[in-house]
Design a protein around this ligand. Structure first.
Ligand SMILES: Cc1ncc(COP(=O)(O)O)c(C=O)c1O
Length: 395
């Protein structure tokens, strides 16, 4: 099967079960959905992946950001063939769907036996560690580690990112240098990696982290075979000033030029590849003065809004059905509403009020844009609510 034929068959496999509409308005008018609907915009996935053509290395899609098959198919159809998989289940998911995908096991802590299965059953050769215990376990499970590329994860300071990812994982440059030497002694190829934090709004954070990696390799006296600069590339939410992507890539390219040798360069974008590709259609169930009850909440698609440090807002549009049954876009609203989800839990409330039209009412639709990252991935079945209806938007 050639590339084009394969892409078509994959798109077919994903959207075959999903209704297709020309627009969100058409979906609302035709379906009048009372449950939340995830809308897939194929061309936005393609645009997001195309941005990474300027990245000076391989972009691995971080599956954790949205593992829904409907989304994986879009990422694959957009040409992505490398996947940052953090568990055996993610490897099985990706390989089961795309036998030619290259998976990289980039979580520094693995369940016992996971590396054994990843290596022996799936032939995965890229792994991350940040301590002796995980290195010993990895070597024991992979027949001593020969043929592997083992990345040391270093912690980086929280510079411009909203969500830090260096307190749970990562070690100091000194400790990483020592572990790098152990990797070389084991006969594996040495690599370095970090994550500057998610929704990183400052390109300089990457330069700073690459400089830490350079120092680490120098200290170890090791020429690294690969450098994986993690994820963190931002999505275009409201209330965040997102620098253009070329500012990130130019800064990264400049910093990479200071490294000795020519390590293979990789990155692991999650959010940046999928945030814009999805919108969510929710419905207003009830209004009590300035309290609004939606059919989705923090136990469904909106968990990320509750994270400490998260200041970004999803762009919103409100639609009302008119007398002829058409969905009509309402003028932007400025009235603050406290917004609750559908479960019985009092905590199921958005952390900040939403600004919505003064006359919003039950039956109206709130369409939440740029919702692809960490929404679907974090939804629960709490109280029997589990958003899982899908549609494709586009001709
Ligand atoms: C190791 C690793 N790589 C990549 C990502 C994706 O990050 P982002 O969605 O910010 O690009 C994460 C997010 O948690 C991560 O932990």
């Amino acid at each position: 099967m050639n590339d084009i034929a394969r892409r078509t068959s994959v798109i077919g496999a994903s959207s075959g079960g999903m209704p297709r509409y020309a627009s969100v308005e058409e979906l609302i008018a035709r379906e009048r959905p009372v449950l939340p609907v995830y809308c897939i915009f194929p061309e936005r996935f393609a645009e997001a992946a195309a941005r990474f053509k300027d990245f000076p290395g391989d972009a691995l899609y971080a599956v954790k950001a949205n593992p829904a098959p409907q989304v994986l198919d879009q990422v694959y159809a957009a040409g992505v063939r490398h996947f940052d998989t953090a568990s055996l289940a993610e490897i099985e998911l990706v390989r089961g769907r795309f036998p030619d995908a290259q998976c990289h096991f980039m979580a520094p802590v693995r369940i016992a036996g996971a590396a054994h299965a990843a290596f022996h059953k799936y032939g995965i050769t890229d792994y991350v560690i940040d301590c002796d215990f995980e290195l010993d376990k990895l070597l024991a499970e992979t027949d001593g580690g020969k043929g592997l590329r083992i990345f040391l994860r270093i912690s980086t300071p929280l510079g411009g990112a909203l969500l830090e990812l260096s307190s749970k994982f990562g070690t100091t440059p000194e400790d990483a240098a020592r572990l790098l030497q152990r990797v070389v002694e084991a006969g594996a190829q040495p690599g370095l990696t970090f994550h500057v934090g998610s929704q990183c709004l400052n390109p300089f954070s990457y330069a700073q982290a690459i400089e830490m990696a350079r120092r680490t390799a120098d200290m170890a006296g090791v020429e690294i075979a690969a450098l994986d600069i993690g994820g963190g590339f931002p999505g275009p939410y409201h209330n965040n000033e997102v620098p253009p992507y070329h500012a990130y890539f130019d800064t990264i390219r400049e910093a990479l030029a200071t490294l000795s040798g020519k390590p293979k360069v990789m990155c692991e974008p999650g959010r940046a590849l999928i945030a814009e590709g999805m919108s969510l259609v929710t419905q207003v169930v009830l209004r009590k003065d300035d309290k609004l009850y939606l059919n989705d909440g923090i136990y469904g698609s909106f968990d990320e809004l509750t994270l400490p440090g998260w200041t970004a807002d999803y762009p919103l549009r409100v639609f009302a059905l008119n007398a002829s049954g058409e969905a009509v876009l309402q003028p932007p609203g400025h009235a603050p509403f406290r917004v609750y989800g559908p479960t019985c839990d009092t905590l199921d409330v958005l952390p900040r009020p939403l600004l919505l039209p003064e006359d919003i009412k039950p039956g109206d639709y709130v369409v939440v844009d740029t919702v692809g990252a960490y929404s679907v991935a974090l939804r629960t079945t709490f109280n029997g609510f589990y958003p899982d209806r899908w549609a494709v938007i586009g001709n």
